[in-house]
Ligand binder design. Structure first.
Ligand SMILES: [Zn+2]
Length: 87
């Protein structure tokens, strides 16, 4: 589990913009990310503990990877929708 910081996620989002992996929502906070070139599938999960956000990916990366960067866009949209839905 890796802490999501502004710096780390910005780099990951930037890389995701270049590589453009396919993101599929499995459930809230759980995403399947597919590398369109290699066809490799990865699973990304998000956690929130207090005010800290964490991300987890089952690829080999030891820091916030672009799979997490690609998923967070979908995650933010979904989280906002859930917020407005209960309001
Ligand atoms: Zn990854």
């Amino acid at each position: 589990m890796l802490e999501i910081t502004k710096e780390s996620i910005e780099k990951a989002i930037e890389k995701a913009r270049i590589t453009k992996p396919k993101v599929k929502v499995l459930e809230f906070r759980r995403y399947a990310v597919t590398n369109k070139t290699t066809g490799a599938n990865y699973e990304v999960k998000f956690y929130k503990i207090g005010n800290q956000k964490f991300g987890e990916c089952n690829c080999k990366a030891t820091k916030i990877c672009y799979h997490i960067g690609a998923s967070i866009g979908a995650h933010i949209v979904l989280a906002e929708q859930m917020h407005t839905a209960t309001a």
